[in-house]
Design a protein around this ligand. Sequence first.
Ligand code: SF4
Ligand code: ZN
Ligand code: ZN
Length: 288
Amino acid sequence: MRCRLCRNTAVYEAERFCKEHFIKYYEKKVEKAVILSRIKSKKVLVTVSGGKDSSALALVLAKHKEEYKLDIELLYLHLGIGEYSNHGMEVCKKLAKQLDIKLNVLSLKDVYSKTIDDFKNEKICSSCGAIKRYLMNKFAFDNNFDFVATGHNLDDEAAFVMHNIFNRNVDQLSRTGMVTKTIRENKLIGRVKPLYYLTEKENMLYCILNNVNFYNEECKNASGNQQIKNKEILYKLADSRDKKLSIVKTIDKLKKNSEVKEWVPSYCPKCGFPTTKGICKFCRTIAG
Ligand code: SF4
Ligand code: ZN
Ligand code: ZN
């Protein structure tokens, strides 16, 4: 198959692009997400796991570092999930070296004397997710970052929307989107998702074509992960990029046309960070 723009050999068959035109297409999608102009001249913490999505994210932001005057650092959360966490950390160290960006490693064991392996409950992924979100925000707040960038992609977003529609969870649906505001006085650092319009497959190809290492290993707790189950449903119902995009864009449009209640946080009496009410989930989980 030939590239639809230059007739060289196509490496991305779904859109018929050669290597050069795929990379241009990919980077244009990141710019189209309007994220780069929103984070111009800002201090951005890029969370990395060693997987394809966050590695692609670190790479695309590193490539645009000069043009958008980005002050970027990487963060790896070492959660203590057996060898999986050690492998992830090693891949992130190599990535940081390759991109010449500072890597911060935060170990749950070192700071809170706990690991995810210590939690034996059935909802281990829910605890793990709450811990990750809390630590990302706290690290960014404590170190004066303006934004946290995550590797969430089109598949993640479309699966999240579908799951919440099936569960009539309107509050969660209102929290979708590619950017949230930073409200420093509320100890809340905004999140940006530069890969919002890119699929998992596209992120993987972007890493491969740019010779960036990533690892494909699955966490041993993945069978209980709701997000992975949501994606399995998504792939049955929305098998193309266009269908996933329609799901995400429909919700974005609905949100634009409706009044979204501003979340007014209360503060955790133990750690002082925002929570919906009472002691925050992080403090409850860590104490449990
Ligand atoms: Fe955490 Fe669950 Fe993901 Fe493993 S599968 S990293 S426990 S959220
Ligand atoms: Zn081409
Ligand atoms: Zn707390």
